[in-house]
Design a protein around this ligand. Structure first.
Ligand SMILES: Nc1ncnc2c1ncn2[C@@H]1O[C@H](COP(=O)(O)OP(=O)(O)OP(=O)(O)O)[C@@H](O)[C@H]1O
Ligand SMILES: [Mg+2]
Length: 211
């Protein structure tokens, strides 16, 4: 049995690839077999994987641009699927159907919130969600809790009857790790990432929880 986690938001740059690569890296770091699927034509997740140092916990990459998203996933306990900006229609429906859990990163910007609102409404209409076969949750991305934007994001997210798992801060740690083919969880020795681990905990608990 594979638990498939889809990371999706129609807005470009909302943090899908950052969440996907870190989630996959987290499972790998725990010694679990994990596949990282990349539905995006830009293949950022797979490029990241190609840069990953061989001595780090390994992740199985698969090009999920075509319809065959689930095939490889069946052989591993965890599959994380990164998706492209603007995913909609049949492709979105198929991705939702495949997923056990969907994580939606949302940045505190009105443009992101507007784009996300319609997306969430559409996804909530999907049969898999209505039948409680697929679960949906939100992660606030690049959030500075002291800002008005953060308050607006919080207010916006209250509209939906959905778990808001955590707020991840804006930090160069993600960028610095990614540049080396690494994720936060490869960098336990770096003190700067401790706060980030804490912020990730509720997200990790949710993805690992058996529904
Ligand atoms: N919490 C964060 N703190 C700082 N930078 C971040 C954070 N999350 C994402 N970023 C940065 O924001 C940029 C966009 O993130 P990312 O590529 O993950 O988004 P995406 O949703 O995959 O974009 P696309 O829709 O183009 O695929 C990247 O440069 C990434 O490093
Ligand atoms: Mg991306």
């Amino acid at each position: 049995m594979t638990t498939t986690i889809l990371v999706a938001n129609p807005k470009g740059g909302s943090g899908k690839t950052t969440l996907s690569t870190n989630l996959a890296g987290y499972f790998a770091g725990r010694g679990e077999r994990v596949a990282l699927g990349d539905m995006d034509r830009q293949q950022s997740s797979l490029t990241w994987l190609s840069m990953r140092p061989a001595e780090l916990p390994s992740i199985l990459g698969w090009d999920a641009r075509e319809e065959e998203v689930p095939k490889l996933a069946h052989k591993v306990p965890w599959a994380v699927v990164d998706s492209p900006a603007g995913m909609h229609g049949k492709r979105l429906s198929e991705a939702v159907k495949l997923a056990d859990k969907i994580v939606v990163p949302v940045q505190p910007s009105v443009f992101d919130m507007w784009a996300t609102e319609d997306f969430i409404k559409t996804v909530l209409e999907e049969k898999a969600i209505r039948k409680h076969r697929t679960f949906l949750a939100i992660v606030g991305m690049r959030v500075d809790p002291r800002t008005r934007a953060a308050a607006m994001l919080e207010q916006f997210l209250e509209k939906f009857d959905l778990p808001v798992l955590t707020y991840l801060r804006d930090t160069q740690n993600y960028m610095n790790a990614a540049a080396e083919g690494e994720c936060l969880f490869d960098r336990h020795s770096i003190q700067r990432t401790e706060r980030d681990f804490e912020q990730w905990q509720p997200l990790l608990e949710w993805v690992e929880a058996v529904e």
